[in-house]
Design a protein around this ligand. Sequence first.
Ligand code: ADP
Length: 506
Amino acid sequence: MNIHTTSTSTLERVPAELRKWLSVPRPMLINGKWVQAKSGKVFDVIDPATEMHLATVAEGDAADIDEAVRAARNALDNGPWGRMSPSARGRIVHKIGDLILKYLDELAQLESLDNGKPFAVARVADVPLSADIFHYMSGWATKLEGKHIPISNLVSPGQYLSFTRLEPVGVVGQIIPWNFPLLMAAWKLAPALATGCTVVLKVAEETPLSGLRLGEILQEAGVPDGVVNIVPGFGETAGAALASHPGVAKVAFTGSTDVGRLIVQAASRDLRKVSLELGGKSPNIILDDADIEAAIAGSTAGIFFNHGQCCNAGSRLFVQEKVFDKVVSGIAANAAKIKLGVGMDAATEMGPMVSDVQHGRVKGYLKCGLEEGARAVTGGSAPDGKGYFVNPTVLVDTKPDMKVVREEIFGPVLVAIPFKEVDEKLIATANDTIYGLAAGVWSRDIAKANQLANALKAGSVWVNCYHVFDAALPFGGYKQSGWGREMGQAVLSNYLEAKAITSRIA
Ligand code: ADP
């Protein structure tokens, strides 16, 4: 396996100014002030490529969350934010996007160090997409229009004027994962700010750094004190406290389906509103009439992009029998060539898993799959040495009830399954999952491809492409992949209440 790892700190590869920023215990942002945890506790952030210490971060818990929620409430009720014109609010949201682009390199470096992903990838994907959602959402601030609704009141017709007014839902608790730390923060914050909410954001304990740097950027853009509070900390403490805090009107969560269930439980006591973007085990279907070279390249990226740590990864590959061997050997050959290494190394194409825990989880799935009789065409193991690396893996000879076929692995592991005909059986097999986040279809027959796209129970279906995201497109899941949508116009309803106002006019 091509692995470029190192026993020296990756910090040497970033500019001195960023090293300096990382050398100070990073505080949390509450009410416009950068403060340490009330408990005085901190936690270590580990570089997943070298297993070396990267930074120390304030460890928020229930007491810090409580203060942050109060600050957010106060900012909404008493600060300039609640009275700001939509146009002024939109301009601030737009400026955040501009500043993210201004700090493109620095943010991509932070993301690479903290998450392990290649710097080059963060620079062309994570950071520009983060800027784009702020730019896109800034336009909505001035377009949150209610409607005049003609009513038929039977007792006294014609005597009322009714219209709806869209109001911010209030203080929002947002909990995000580690796979796209900056982008997930951006997907959550941009619509909440555009709609005029205030926020307490809990960044993931594995990757808190870019979210904290984003806090500084929000201040530079002119977001008033207390409007966005950023608390790093652990899920069971800070996360659970946020999800169950009575001062939070709405919880927006992205992460695993298991934790999604805990969020719902925590929010249920007060019937807090909840939106969830959860796991996936997405089918990617290649028909024998497809452009096979394009399907091989697209399906390779479909599973291995971001080291397979994507909720929408195309992790179950269905290939029509006639082209099965060609496709599988093509993807396996691509996988075997992927250069693993430190994200800041220009040669690196795939970094490590984000953490020791995630590394153990993925290796556990590989072991289980191989023991149950699956065969690794390539990969199937983790390289020796430092860093949480896993060799990109393609498994065949699986059975439908194997864990590697049914459960989300969240790593660079593809299961490839042959099928005979494009028929009901194929559709039923592709839909035979608790998840419904995404799907792919590869075919030159556009009618057949669209019939499949219609029949797949998934929130996003890509035809002759994969992983195509846009700030304007809604993203979210059917079934246990979630509630509600991120991005696009669709996300706005997560953060708005519609009030119907009726006046007697006669
Ligand atoms: P993973 O299992 O892949 O690490 P998680 O779903 O556990 O993903 O994590 C996503 C986010 O949810 C993180 O910010 C994490 O701290 C948070 N989290 C984990 N457990 C809880 C919990 N019980 N309540 C609230 N948030 C949690």
